[in-house]
Design a protein around this ligand. Structure first.
Ligand code: BG6
Length: 456
């Protein structure tokens, strides 16, 4: 068992849309709407109305916080559950009471409560008015954030603005995996930068009004590795890192866009519309720490051939490399590469002034876990191994001076995974969709032990 310093914190991350269940009384988020339109897009047709029933039985579920000894708990407020009107900020009383009581119940424990404001769940009504392509959405989001701070500012310990803006953009505006299933490189960049402007405006407001509280943003980082050390492959990896990792870190930590990225955007007619006064917010927004989600790396090689009439995509500038030696989680199709966490830590240490950060998601989704049940417990040794391997690389980085202060696992209790619904389970606590009962998995006991050893 790896022993972490006492001040290092362990916990879990969740999100509103993936855990609460949707009782149909409030407005539609894009996910609710997508499900209403096309249930067949979701594994076994299970939608956001089901999820893990927290809306009704969070009290019972929170007992696992005590059982495991968790120290940090992150969830999100659904914009559509809290508000009935996004312009006038009229509160939905049921939604408000739910969040108030839920958060109070969490805070009865000695645990840090982190609340996120956007987890892929833009209101459908706002999407129909242009969504994040429309600058008005930035102001609506700021209004929503202010309302959340006003209502829950006393209970919530720390806030985050967005979960993985880049993943949201990839899924909805670039690779068309999620509704509204758009594939347009230029539009995706506009959506992303508008989210970052919204993030910045919220952070600037928050820091002016809540001087002693902390705020962060959750970014997904997938470091890109080249096939070989050839000049061309190295260039491909450098390009991808510039586009997806450094671009995000530069914006939120330094308030800058690199010269190379500007040249690339200009050359390819991808430059988004950002006014000087909007960029001033990005420069001014100082988060207290960075939250990073790490699941998998990406592997690239030099572009082999370019066809003139191909649609412009990030992959127009590199090819995806299928590394024959990779280890893979076959259920999700993601490579398992724990070394990636060390490389991220070193990147932050060496290029971003060792800014403080937390692993805010890392985890493994596995299908049909009941086949691993023995004596009434899911023996998820693969998950334990996954966590342990990632933690050992994280520990190595910390020993070498990385400024990472915590690890928050995805996830607590099995939850709804968007279009994959309940196909892959990520929890250290099992959730039975039929009986609605929960049960600890072997990984839950492992996590408990990890925390106990650290505290001892
Ligand atoms: C993260 C998201 O990117 O990955 C979570 O923040 C998500 O919402 C997690 O559930 C795992 O991905 P998936 O698609 O398997 O649920």
């Amino acid at each position: 068992m790896i022993k972490f310093p006492k001040e290092f914190i362990f916990g879990v991350s969740l999100s509103g849309p993936q855990t609460e269940g949707w009782d149909g009384k409030n407005k539609y988020s894009v996910m609710d709407y997508w499900y209403k339109q096309n249930k067949n897009d979701f594994f076994n047709c299970v939608g956001p109305d089901v999820t893990s029933n927290f809306y009704y039985d969070y009290k019972e579920k929170l007992k696992w916080i005590d059982e495991i000894g968790l120290e940090i708990y992150r969830t999100s407020i659904q914009w559509t559950r809290l508000l009935d009107d996004f312009e006038t900020l009229t509160i939905n009383e049921d939604g408000y009471n739910f969040y108030l009581n839920y958060f109070k119940e969490i805070k009865k424990r000695n645990i840090i409560l982190v609340v996120n404001l956007h987890h892929f769940d833009t209101p459908q009504e706002i999407l129909e008015q242009g969504g994040w392509e429309n600058k008005k959405t930035i102001e609506l989001f700021l209004g929503f954030a202010k309302k959340c701070f006003e209502l829950f500012g006393d209970i919530v310990d720390e806030w985050t603005t967005f979960n993985e803006p880049l993943a949201d953009v990839d899924a909805k505006y670039l690779y068309a995996w999620h509704y509204p299933k758009i594939s347009d490189f230029k539009r995706s960049i506009q959506v992303f930068i508008n989210m970052i402007i919204a993030h910045a405006k919220v952070v600037v407001y928050f820091k002016e009004h809540f001087k002693n509280k902390k705020i962060s943003i959750i970014l997904n980082v997938t470091p890109a590795y080249p096939r070989s050390n050839s000049k061309e492959d190295l260039k491909a990896a450098e390009f991808k890192n510039m586009l997806i990792t450094n671009s995000q870190l530069d914006l939120v930590l330094k308030g800058i866009v690199s010269k190379d990225l500007i040249i690339f955007l200009q050359k390819n007619n991808l430059m988004p519309d950002v006014k000087d006064e909007e960029f001033a917010f990005i420069k001014k927004a100082k988060i207290d720490y960075l939250s990073l989600n790490y699941y998998q790396p990406s592997r690239v090689k030099a572009k082999e051939s370019v066809k003139e009439d191909d649609e412009l995509m990030p992959e127009s500038f590199y090819d995806v490399y299928d590394w024959p030696e990779k280890r893979i989680n076959p259920y999700r199709g993601w490579e398992i590469y724990p070394e990636g966490i060390y490389d991220i830590a070193m990147l932050i240490k060496n290029k971003y002034d060792n800014f403080p950060w937390i692993i805010s998601e890392n985890g493994m989704g596995v299908e049909d876990e009941l086949r691993f049940e023995k004596e009434n417990m899911i023996m998820d040794d693969y998950r334990i191994e996954f966590i342990e391997e990632h933690l050992s690389y994280l520990k190595k980085a910390i020993d070498e001076g990385a400024n990472c202060f915590g690890y928050s696992l995805w996830t607590f209790i099995d939850c709804w995974s968007w279009a994959n619904a309940y196909k892959n389970r990520y929890g250290i606590v099992e959730y039975d969709l039929n009986s609605k009962k929960t049960k600890i998995k072997k990984s839950g006991l492992y996590f408990k032990n990890l925390i106990d050893v650290k505290k001892a």
